[in-house]
Design a protein around this ligand. Sequence first.
Ligand code: SAM
Length: 485
Amino acid sequence: MKLETIKKAQTSLFGYNDELAERFNISRRDELYEKFSDKLILNPALNRATVSFQDNKKEPFYRWLKFKEGFSSNLVKYFLHQIGNREKPLQVLDPFAGSGTTLTTSINQGHHATGIELLPVGIAAIRARLIADSVDINRFERHFEQLKASSFNSLSKGNYSFPHLRITEGAFSHATESAISKYMSFIDSIDDEDVRYLFWFACLSILEAVSYTSKDGQYLRWDYRSSRPLKSKYIKKDILPFPQAIHEKLQIMLNDLRKRNNGMFTRQVRIIEGSCLDELTNLPDNYFDLVVTSPPYCNRYDYTRTYALELAFLGYDEERVKTLRQTLLSSTVENKTKKYQLYTKYTGLEKHGFYHQILESFHSQEALHEVLEILHLARKEGRLNNNNIPGMVENYFFEMNIVIHELSRILYKGGRVYMVNDNVQYLGEEVPVDLILSDFAQRAGMQIEFIWVLPKGKGNSSQQMGQYGRNEIRKCVYVWSKPRN
Ligand SMILES: C[S@@+](CC[C@H](N)C(=O)[O-])C[C@H]1O[C@@H](n2cnc3c(N)ncnc32)[C@H](O)[C@@H]1O
């Protein structure tokens, strides 16, 4: 498509008149699009099920916790297949490891894996998968039989009461809350540490199913029957009784354990609990062959809200949840800037030059600043439904730029990055996350191999994006590599 045609389409699509279009020099995004248009490729081998958790729903072990933000094990296999056979196992890194799909899939394929993750829910899922490798199946089964043989009513209640956060109060019926207490004292009596952990994890992974809440979009959605004073008319389908839900979950786990092939997961995995904004700086230069990752999207999604029940269960109080929210990569309107913190970190590490390079790359990314200018004006004119959106978008890119520069540093020459991410739009304004991040990657010294775009419908063949439409809210996989010399 010609630039002029694009501009016209864009102006009407954004709802801006020509004068505004002129004023904002909208062409910065057009220019960026032109720059990478030959890299934007529809990849029919990818589909939304693979690039999301959907494909994991039936996958043994991965199906234990519904981590909706995850991608599938099949996707990681596809990336590993693209790399082809190597003499040595690869060193694979996922700096936003989530529930660890990259890690355990890579290990299972004979590679070494390192993951960084901050959300304890993800860490718990990874631990459960690693423990699954070696837990004593007979003992697991024995305790399961014991639980099935005792009716829940006959179990003693013990001292446990669900440690609610303000936003989880009223999430369970009295019957469920009491059954959780009984189950928790039942698992206290399990003497085998690994079996106890898996029974505990089973409870963590059914909290949503037995509650009045649904993880829906950016927030928890509440069923009208909960004891909270709500205006909601929402009726959640299938709120499972706790005994049924826990039996079903433990049965699935037992079935998967029976299929295991010892050594699937545990070899050579390293999990670093913390923020990648801190932890990446501790990793050596030129070390990793492959990065497979999906960062949070720039879409206001708040992991601490959607996973509030699980965080409460994990013992997080209000203060810890707040700190966690602020430490996660900025993707919510509540995130405060980490710029000063990051500046102090890099100067403390005496990496002034590196930090300066990162800043330079951020400040000279004109398409991003075009978006920010438009959002700031919209804020001034009272047209945004939340005034923190411009700050959130700015912080998101600032932090992602740091991550990308670090990835370029720690990659071995010839190493590759596969990154899954979505574009977003605010107020009808396209934020071309794929292009802006790829531009950062290029400035950080990487080559942009492809920006694979997911086909929307069926039957698309591989073709260049010139024929696809400029204003598509694309879901993409970025493929970047570090030059060999
Ligand atoms: C899209 S999810 C990744 C899911 C993962 N690919 C999987 O299959 O489970 C993004 C992850 O980034 C994590 N995250 C956000 N900010 C982080 C940070 N500063 N450091 C490390 N992890 C972070 C979130 O907790 C979330 O688990």
